[in-house]
Design a binder for this molecule. Structure first.
Ligand code: CP
Length: 312
């Protein structure tokens, strides 16, 4: 494929191949050198129209470790602030001949639209409530390393499902790899038509966690709640916050995940989040760099092959 816009178009063998390559980058990143020349001579531009810590930092590190020229567009100081549209901004950057464009945007579908207008490879770093493919891939790598497989697992995704691109991309990936997904949260934070999502739905946390192998917690995305129902933090933590007592309902060796940013004492107990016997939250961040290196490596290979074919 030319772009990485979502998990939806990926076949199970493509997901496995990307995770296998990412494993090689985990080893490289843990070694003394951390560098490879896979993206040498290529230009990567990161455009983040929403705040980010992990995704932006790891895409930047991934590009630099692979030898790309990496530029972070400062959106707050850009002509976007003067009313320029996303597409005009992208066309202007495209004219500077980038090879890889990494984009995060608050509107669902915006990154797909942009990909139709540019000549380089586009990686979706999260668009609205639609998809966050590299997050699902780094989550999959973390799960595979902890559990030894991605099939026949029960994965509980808990919290604000309605506003979550992380939940959506993970649900698609885990279904595709033949694992069972349970979605847990208040009915007001479940998306419309959730019954068609290929997941079991629970509004009782203890019932939803029963025997789960993986417990994935999500943040309340207040920035997307535009005037709708916003639960009180106390009430929410009481019913849906993960603590040791609720986790005891999951499998004894269940792992605890969170994509970040995390609100301690709202969706997760801080002590549990830091407990490295159960929590793989920091490993998720580490896997993020390796997965993004693998994704850009594969897209760069495809880009070079397409250019050779075009020239020939
Ligand atoms: N998980 C995630 O996307 O984190 P950031 O918003 O910090 O990039």
């Amino acid at each position: 494929a030319r772009h990485l816009l979502g998990i939806e178009p990926l076949a199970p063998d493509e997901i496995t191949a990307l995770l296998d390559l990412a494993e090689r980058y985990v080893a490289l990143n843990r070694s003394g050198s951390k560098h490879a020349d896979v993206l040498a001579g290529l230009t990567q531009i990161n455009m983040f129209f929403e705040p980010s810590t992990r995704t932006q930092a790891s895409f930047e590190l991934a590009g630099k470790r692979l030898g790309a020229d990496v530029m972070n567009m400062a959106v707050a100081q850009s002509s976007v602030k003067k009313g320029e549209t996303l597409i005009d901004t992208a066309l202007s950057l495209n004219a500077m001949h980038p090879d890889l464009l990494v984009v995060r945007h608050p509107a669902s579908g915006a990154v797909n639209q942009l990909a139709e207008k540019v000549t380089c490879a586009v990686l979706n770093a999260g668009d609205g409530r639609h998809e966050h493919p590299t997050q699902a891939l780094l989550d999959a790598l973390t799960i595979r390393r902890a559990k030894g497989r991605l099939h026949r697992l029960t994965v509980a995704i808990c919290g604000d499902i309605a506003h979550s691109r992380v939940a959506r991309s993970n649900l698609i990936l885990l279904n595709r790899m033949e694992s069972r997904v349970r979605l847990i949260g208040p009915p007001t934070l479940m998306p419309a038509g959730v019954a068609e999502f290929g997941a079991e739905v629970y509004d009782d946390m203890r019932a939803g966690l029963e025997g789960a192998d993986v417990v994935m917690m999500l943040r309340l995305q207040r920035e997307r709640m535009d005037g709708g129902f916003i639960p009180s933090e106390r009430e929410y933590y009481h019913r849906f916050g993960l603590d040791a007592e609720k986790l005891a309902h999951a499998a004894p060796d269940a792992i605890v995940m969170h994509p970040g940013p995390m609100n301690r004492g709202v969706e997760i107990d801080g002590t549990l989040a830091d407990d490295i016997r159960r929590s793989v939250i920091q490993e998720q961040v580490e896997m993020g760099v390796a997965v993004r290196m693998a994704a850009m490596h594969l897209l760069a290979d495809n880009l070079r092959a397409a250019r050779r074919a075009g020239a020939g």
